[in-house]
Write a protein that binds this ligand. Structure first.
Ligand SMILES: [Fe+2]
Ligand SMILES: [Fe+2]
Length: 142
């Protein structure tokens, strides 16, 4: 079942929310294709499509953490690395054996990861970035 974006996932940072919505869409498209047992090449391409956008998103967050001097940067980056490893493992598992069990695994591991990561680490980062922006605005308005 395709994951649905919920307002409660919002970090309050527009570009993070926009990218997270796109990640949900790409993950949903992949799961949908897997559930419908579409041709292998199509699913393979969707794995790559998801992977490329995930890398782009993680790069955006990591650059903003570095720029803002965010203290939780290292732990946050470790979670990102872990996700990319899981994604790569599932992708190669799919190349060997595309089963319904794998669809459930993708659902459990990737969707659950996103929901937990956004709800914890990304929301903390979003709050930090918003506080920094507010501080910056206060200085500009002085
Ligand atoms: Fe993140
Ligand atoms: Fe994120």
């Amino acid at each position: 079942m395709a994951p649905k974006w919920k307002e409660q996932y919002s970090t309050g940072v527009w570009w993070q929310d926009k990218q997270h919505r796109e990640l949900f869409t790409r993950l949903g498209t992949l799961l949908d294709a897997m559930e419908r047992a579409r041709v292998r090449e199509e699913i393979q391409a969707l794995f790559e499509f998801l992977e490329s956008y995930t890398i782009r998103h993680f790069t955006s967050e990591e650059a903003s953490m570095e720029k803002a001097g965010y203290s939780g940067r290292k732990a946050h980056m470790n979670e990102h690395r872990k996700f990319l490893q899981e994604l790569a493992a599932l992708k190669s598992e799919f190349e060997d054996d595309a089963t319904l069990a794998l669809v459930i695994k993708v659902q459990r591991q990737l969707v659950d990861w996103f929901v937990n990561h956004i709800g914890n680490m990304d929301k903390s980062l979003g709050a930090f970035l918003r506080a920094q922006e507010a501080k910056h605005q206060a200085v500009v308005n002085c």
